[in-house]
Ligand binder design. Sequence first.
Ligand code: 5GP
Ligand code: MG
Length: 471
Amino acid sequence: MCGIFGIYRNVDAAANTALGLHALQHRGQEAAGIVSFNGERFFAHRDMGLVGEIFGDEEIIRALPGYAAIGHNRYSTSGETVARNTQPLFAHMDFGGFAVAHNGNLTNSMTLRKELVREGRIFQSTSDTEVIIHLIAKSRESTFKDRLIWALKKVIGAYCLVMLIDDKMIAVRDPYGVRPLSLGKLGEAYIVASESVAFDIIGAEFVRDIEPGEMLFIGNDGLESSFPFEKVNKRLDIFEYIYFSRPDSIVDGRSVYEARINIGRKLAEESHVDADVVVSVPDSGNPSAMGYAREANLPFEMGIIRNHYIGRTFIEPTDKIRHLGVKLKHNASRKCLEGKRVVLVDDSIVRGTTSRKIVEMVRAAGAKEIHFRVSSPPKTWPCFYGIDTPDRSKLIAANHTVEEVEKLIGVDSLKYISLDGLYQAMGEKGRNNDAPQFEDSVFTGDYPIPLVDVNGGNHSRDNISLIRETT
Ligand code: 5GP
Ligand code: MG
C-alpha cells in the first residue's frame, strides 16, 4: 500500500503536497518523499519515517520550490525497506526530467526486470516501479504520451501513478481500478490524490474519481483525458472499504464510513448473539462496531482504548516487533467490560496475533463472555495487488477452520461476515460470480489480473502459497 499526491499550478506546491501526504499517512508509514519542479529544475527530498518528521521543517519545504510537485508515502509491499526504494523515483531522460510515484503492485515486474537487465539496463532500486522508468526510456515511440502508453501496455498489475515531466503532470489508474485515485481542484491548481481526505486538509474541492483505465495529462492549458487501454470490468479492491482507506474518504462515489457502518449492520444481522455491549478494536474496527451496535440495539462502549502515539503495528517489519506493538497499542477498560457479555468487533483477522492479545486483555478486564465478530470474510489468500497480506502459511484462516480459530484466539464464539453479506452491505444483490463487482482475491483466491511472476502466470490454488515472499 502507498499514498500518492500531486499538485500542478500552485505557488505552495511542495507545502500542499506535504499536507496531502500527511492526510494519507495511514496508507504508508515507512518513508515519504516529494519531487517539485520550478520550470527549470527538479528538486527532491525523501527520507524514512513519518511525513511530519520528514517535512515538518520549513527549510526542507523551501528547498522544494516550484509550481508543481508530486509526493509518495511508502509502505513496502514489493522491494526492500531501504532508502533507495523511497519514492517519487526520478530519472534524467532524453526528453528531460521524469518523476514518478506509484501505489499498487505490478504482477509481472520480476519478469520484465529480468528481460531489461539482460538487455543491459541497470536498476538502482528493488522497487517494481523502476521497471516503468526503464520501459519509457527504451520506447521508440515519438511523443512522451505514446512512450508512456507503450510502457504501461507492457506492465501488468495494480497501479495508480502520478508523474511529473517538464510541462505536465500525469495521472493514470490501471484498467481494473484496483486502487483508488481522485481528482481535486484548489483555485487554478489541479490535484491528484489516492483519497479525498488529501483535498480536505488543504481546503481543495473534490472534482471526481479518476476512472479505471483513465490517463490524465494536466498542464497550463488544463486537463486532457484519454482511455488508452482495452476496457475491462472495474474491480476496486473491496478491502479499501473494509480497512485501508480512511473512513472520512469518498472512494469511487461511496463514503467509506457509511460502507463500514453498513458492513457492521449486516454482520449483526448475520451473526446475532445475546450480549450486553459492543466493543470495537480501535481504530479500524470502530465504524463497523457502531453499525453492529445500531443493528443489534446494544450499547457501543469504548472498552478498548488505543494509544495514538504509535503507528499501525502491522507495518512494523518483523513478527517480534509486531507482537510487542499490539501490547503497546491497546488497553482494555475494566469499567466497560467487567461482568459483561461482550461482542468484540474488528475489521479483519490476518495472522491472529492482534486478536489473541486483545481477547486476553478483555478477559483479564473481567468480561464474562467474548463473541468476536469480523467485518470481512476469512482471509485465506495472499494479496498480490498492493496490500501487505502475508504468504498463506501466516494467514490463520488459510490454515484453520473457523472453529479452530475460535479456540486459538480464545473466544466463546467467532463469526465472520459472509462474502455475499459483504457485497449486500455495499449495495449489491450479492457477489456476481460471472462479473464480480470488486477485487476480493484475499477472500476468494480469484485473481483477475494475471500473476505473471508466479510461475509465469500458470498459478493454481496449490502453488500460490509458495511464492508470495519472492518480491
Ligand atoms: P493480525 O494480528 O490478525 O495479523 O492483524 C489484524 C489487524 O491488522 C486488524 O485489526 C486489522 O485492522 C489490521 N490489518 C488487516 N490487514 C492489514 C493490512 O494489510 N495492513 C495493515 N497495516 N494492517 C492490516
Ligand atoms: Mg486494526
